[in-house]
Design a protein around this ligand. Structure first.
Ligand SMILES: Nc1nc2c(c(=O)[nH]1)N[C@H]1C(S)=C(S)[C@@H](COP(=O)(O)O)O[C@H]1N2
Ligand SMILES: [Mo]
Length: 542
């Protein structure tokens, strides 16, 4: 006889756990309590009440424990899924941990005399796990002592995690009372005397309650994750392929916003509220300044096309897009704050905890912008609302989104991806891609086709694009369309008449950048400095 109201000596305790039989019930109460907390956490995040949660911080940290090559393998193979799966794993782990903590509690306090004692112990447990999380968990997750490295998020994360753990404690007490075979004193006394545990455990209402609750949490958590994925237009995916491709066809010179590729380290991107947001420019400056949304969007603005591409983009890949952005040159803001002599780098710190740096030289480039509009609309959440950076000639990685501060420093700096071994200069390599032909497409012998594509060499521009239809023995020049802007890709066309029905032909493209340097021929994987090699497509002549 165990969990039921039971007479032990003369003291009728509410629960006594000396019988180990009901461990599953105890575990279940803890898991349900944790599921309640997890669901609330997810909803608070989707609603934008909290920018990130401990689950995000933990899954980010876990991801970094994989060697960079393995991370790269996951990005290339299951790109959109890798980080999402990891995050789900953390949520599941959080629910299991809630169950284990309930077992820990009854191991520690094997007899609970009355409901006051139950609530008191749940409270002590929830405060203790918060204290342990803050003092030990956060530093282990790389968030610093008491979350010191969480920047502006420190207070909200400490507070929200405290409240969430309290919710766990309350829910634990509730589910204990609900799931124990009986909580009403009279009934349980009688049952303890008259019936076996099995019969009590089989009370039909209890089984229905457990099944119903399990179904509720499965559905609600799945819905929460689903809504989160939709609401943050970049579906929270690690990588959202886009590049203005439809199938393999490039849609146009300017990539529509809804097909613009997206890359973020987050499963759920930060939902920044423009009214509380501010951007601080600080560090080695004469007059630190903070902009709010209204004041930054009133600064003198320029509109520029600028191609963004990810350092993870494989040869011929879709992590590239050309946007029309509106914002202000960073150098004008630097002139306003006054850069102290000796400053070497600028560090961007973002609402999702992401950081990266650029050199002061790059920051002074007239084409380095802080932007708040993309293709005529306010910067979409997925692309960094309210403000992101655009850095000419440098891979997307350093084009920080959701920026909250820009700090001038006189040392080297390694940002989020550099700590994983990615290149800290990240200069865009010259690339050229065939976009109008599908792999293994059939083309009629003797019928002329126009092959299309783009070429991009960062700020260096494109001097020449050539196409080969004989495996690189001979090359013919393609026509290049003039760039809209120095930092935008260039479209090219090549007229070609396939001949010889039955043959398979490989079309290959290569470009020469504005300085006369040829595109690198040797294949390189994206890690650590960006991919290289020629893009080619096989077609069948019929
Ligand atoms: N704050 C923040 N900025 C970020 C990232 C991020 O995860 N967090 N990802 C970077 C990477 S790797 C790339 S390629 C670009 C992608 O920008 P896009 O999603 O607007 O295309 O954003 C960069 N800026
Ligand atoms: Mo990227």
């Amino acid at each position: 006889m165990a969990l039921t109201k039971n007479r032990i000596g003369s003291d009728p305790g509410l629960y006594n756990f000396e019988n180990k039989k009901h461990r599953w019930t105890v575990f279940g109460a803890g898991a349900f309590a944790s599921a309640t907390m997890t669901l609330t956490m997810l909803l608070a995040q989707i609603a934008g009440l909290v920018p990130r949660s401990l689950a995000n911080i933990l899954s980010d940290k876990l991801a970094t424990l994989f060697p960079a090559q393995i991370q790269e393998f996951f990005i290339q193979s299951i790109g959109p899924m890798g980080k999402t799966l990891l995050f789900y794993g953390v949520l599941l782990g959080q629910i299991v941990a809630g169950g284990l903590l309930a077992l820990f509690l009854i191991w520690f306090v094997p007899r609970i005399e009355n409901s006051q004692m139950l609530w008191r112990n749940s409270f002590i447990l929830s405060v203790s796990i918060w204290v342990v999380t803050v003092l030990i968990g956060l530093p282990l997750m790389g968030a610093g002592f008491v979350g010191a490295d969480l920047g502006q998020d420190q207070v909200i994360i400490l507070l929200s995690s405290f409240l969430l753990f309290q919710l766990y404690g309350l829910a634990l007490g509730y589910f204990f009372l609900k799931l124990m075979p009986e909580s009403s004193e009279d009934v349980s006394v009688r049952r303890a005397e008259d019936e076996s545990d099995e019969e009590i455990g089989n009370v039909p209402g209890r089984r229905r309650f457990i099944l119903g609750l399990t179904a509720f949490f499965v559905v609600a958590l799945a819905a929460g994750i689903g809504v989160g994925a939709f609401k943050v237009k970049n579906p929270g995916y690690w990588v959202n392929l886009g590049a203005g491709y439809e199938g393999d066809k490039l849609k146009g010179e300017i990539t529509p916003v809804d097909t613009f590729y997206g890359v973020s380290k987050n499963v759920i991107d930060p939902n920044v509220n423009a009214t509380d947001w501010k951007l601080e420019i600080n560090g080695m400056v004469d007059k630190p300044i903070a902009f709010d949304y209204a004041s930054i969007s009133k600064l003198p603005a320029v509109t520029r096309t600028h191609t963004l591409t990810c350092i993870s983009n494989p040869v011929g890949g879709q992590l590239i897009g050309n946007g029309e952005w509106k914002g202000t040159p960073l150098k004008d803001i630097l002139a306003q704050v006054g850069v102290k002599s000796g400053a070497k780098k600028l560090v961007f710190t973002c609402a999702d905890g992401y950081t990266d740096s650029i050199t002061l030289d790059k920051a002074q480039d007239p084409n380095t912008l802080l932007v708040w509009e993309m293709d005529g609309v306010p910067l979409p959440q997925a692309h960094g609302f309210p403000v992101r950076a655009l850095i000419p000639d440098i891979y997307g990685m350093k084009n920080a989104k959701w920026i909250r501060s820009i700090t001038l420093i006189n040392t080297e700096y390694e940002g989020y991806w550099q700590q994983e071994g990615w290149d800290n200069l990240a200069i865009i390599k010259t690339e050229s891609t065939i976009t109008s032909l599908q792999a293994d497409e059939d083309l009629r012998s003797g019928e002329p086709v126009t092959v299309h594509g783009f070429a991009f060499a960062g700020a260096r521009g494109i001097k020449k694009v050539e196409v080969s239809s004989d495996g690189g023995k001979t090359w013919q020049e393609a026509r290049i369309k003039e760039a809209i802007n120095q930092n935008s890709w260039q479209l090219w066309q090549f007229d070609w008449t396939p001949v010889g029905a039955g043959k398979t032909v490989t079309l290959t493209v290569r470009a020469t950048d504005g300085t006369g340097a040829p595109q690198l021929k040797d294949n390189a994987a994206p890690f650590p400095s960006g991919s290289s090699g020629y893009h080619s497509v096989n077609v069948h002549i019929i």
